[in-house]
Design a protein around this ligand. Structure first.
Ligand SMILES: [Zn+2]
Length: 76
């Protein structure tokens, strides 16, 4: 019976080792975090990444259409 106990023990050690490895690899995995600013479209209020936003003076827009529409609303 000694061999079976040894196998069970080895299996338990293996399972624990796998569990620890899974937990630690999950913990150390770097989550890609966007440091890019999100800018609010002055016309529709939608948030767009800075590189996609269309600036106009102090405002930003999600599309050319919204920039044009906003400019027409401002009347100048
Ligand atoms: Zn918009």
């Amino acid at each position: 019976m000694g061999l079976i106990r040894l196998i069970i023990l080895a299996l338990l050690v293996y399972l624990v080792w796998r569990l620890i490895k899974t937990v630690t690899s999950r913990g150390s995995k770097s989550v890609p975090q966007s440091t890019e600013r999100m800018l609010r479209c002055a016309h529709c209020g939608v948030y767009v990444p800075e590189h996609l936003a269309l600036p106009h003076k102090t405002h930003h827009f999600c599309s050319h259409e919204h920039r044009q529409a906003w400019l027409e609303q401002q009347g100048d």
